[in-house]
Design a protein around this ligand. Structure first.
Ligand code: NAD
Ligand code: UD1
Length: 346
């Protein structure tokens, strides 16, 4: 089977490329490299020993996208391409809505024209309203707090409407919880362009000496140690969830939303302690005020994914911490300077 991957040079996309290639799928990748580097795809080739075509195009560019569909025939699409920084989406809403919505609409139009009707969409736990009881189930109330979240919500709705209008379509809306960790080779990983917003990349940058200390946002939440709790999921487990989703789509028509999480929450302090213990490093930190928009606690009910996709997350918090550190240690400057990814951890 040949799968078209948009945003495949990015963090989750590159990991999914590895898992698909390892499972024998053929892939074609498109990415405009606005938040990634082509080095990630060279590393995917190195890990898997397999080659695949790459197109440096914008998914909003209908002519360029049509040329890819003209040159290949696809059995399905995984749509990762999108902008994802919550804070930036608040200050640049038009950019976020344009990129995330127009790329999805253009993709739908081109897929329709070339009779490709199966799509896996990268959605997010951020589409759930913050006032739901936990764990979050697919039927939980939806509602967002920022333009990034709304763009995910709107793309979900677009795909629901497209599939309702034409019964040949099938779409899985995968709602990721908190992806962390990297491939155990340490060759591909998460490479934030600016100061990281998310917890794990900030911790690894403190560990490698690029930042002085971690600011823990809030120590007075109603949680056992006062810090926020999240459902961290290893990106390799997440990538395998996409392989399961693509397989499931072959016998499915319609639309369904599915949580990809572990079902277990860990606090910021548990994450810091586990990172220190697993890797034998010290993470200086300071507890500061809460970050606007954060909730105390968020975790998934992953039973629907277990049941329908025959998938469950297997990796531990220790695996997430060990693998993230291996990546950062081997690639202290991310893909920015190709350090070769050859250093061995002792
Ligand atoms: P990422 O930024 O590493 O990957 C996204 C990729 O899409 C990048 O390589 C970027 O260059 C590319 N891209 C963006 N707009 C494009 C366009 N118009 N045309 C072509 N390429 C384009 O992000 P990621 O963490 O790998 O996230 C992948 C997807 O998963 C995104 O849609 C994101 O919203 C979603 N998601 C991510 C998280 C997370 O925590 N990382 C959580 C929930 C959902
Ligand atoms: C954030 C986004 C969410 C997005 C997700 C994945 C916000 C409000 N939410 O989720 O929409 O889907 O990233 O990209 O931005 N923390 C610190 N110090 C830090 C960084 C984080 O203490 O420097 C804490 C946070 O307060 C939170 C936890 O660590 O309790 C996880 O934070 P983060 O990795 O940013 O993920 P989310 O906030 O869950």
């Amino acid at each position: 089977m040949n799968i078209f991957i948009t945003g495949g040079a990015g963090y989750i996309g590159s990991h999914t490329c590895v898992e698909l290639l390892n499972e024998g799928f053929d892939i074609v990748v498109a990415d405009n490299l606005s938040n990634s580097s082509q080095v990630s795809l060279d590393r995917v080739r190195r890990i898997t020993g397999r080659d695949f075509p790459f197109y440096e195009i914008d998914i909003c560019d209908e002519d360029a996208l049509s040329r890819v569909f003209e040159e290949h025939s696809f059995d399905g699409v995984i749509h990762f391409a999108g902008l994802k920084a919550v804070g930036e989406s608040v200050s640049r809403p038009v950019t976020y809505y344009s990129n995330n919505l127009i790329s999805t609409l253009t993709l739908c139009r081109v897929m329709q024209r070339y009779l490709v009707h199966k799509i896996v969409y990268s959605s997010s736990a951020t589409v759930y309203s913050p006032d739901n009881p936990l764990p979050l189930r697919e039927e939980s109330k939806l509602g967002c707090t920022n333009p990034y979240g709304w763009s995910k919500y709107m793309c979900e709705q677009i795909l629901r409407d497209v599939a309702a209008a034409d019964r040949r379509w099938s779409a899985l809306l995968l709602r990721y919880f908190n992806p962390v960790g990297v491939h155990p080779s340490g060759l591909i990983g998460e490479d934030p362009r600016d100061i990281p917003n998310n917890l794990m990349p900030f911790i690894t940058q403190v560990a490698v000496g690029r930042r002085e200390k971690l600011h823990i946002f809030g120590g007075d939440y109603d949680t056992p140690d006062g810090t926020g709790i999240r459902d961290y999921i290893h990106v390799v487990d997440l990538a395998k969830g996409h392989v399961a989703a693509i397989k499931y789509l072959q016998g499915f028509t319609g639309v369904d939303a599915i949580n990809l999480g572990t079902g277990r929450g860990f606090s910021v302090l548990e994450m810091v302690r586990t990172f220190e213990k697993t890797n034998g490093v010290n993470i200086p930190y300071e507890i500061v005020g809460r970050r606007a928009g954060d909730v105390a606690c968020c975790y998934a009910d992953p039973q629907k994914a277990n049941r329908l996709l025959h998938w469950r997350a297997e990796k531990t918090l220790e695996d997430m911490c060990r693998d993230s550190w291996r990546w950062q240690y081997n690639n202290p400057h991310g893909y920015g300077r190709d350090d070769g990814g050859n250093v061995t951890l002792h």
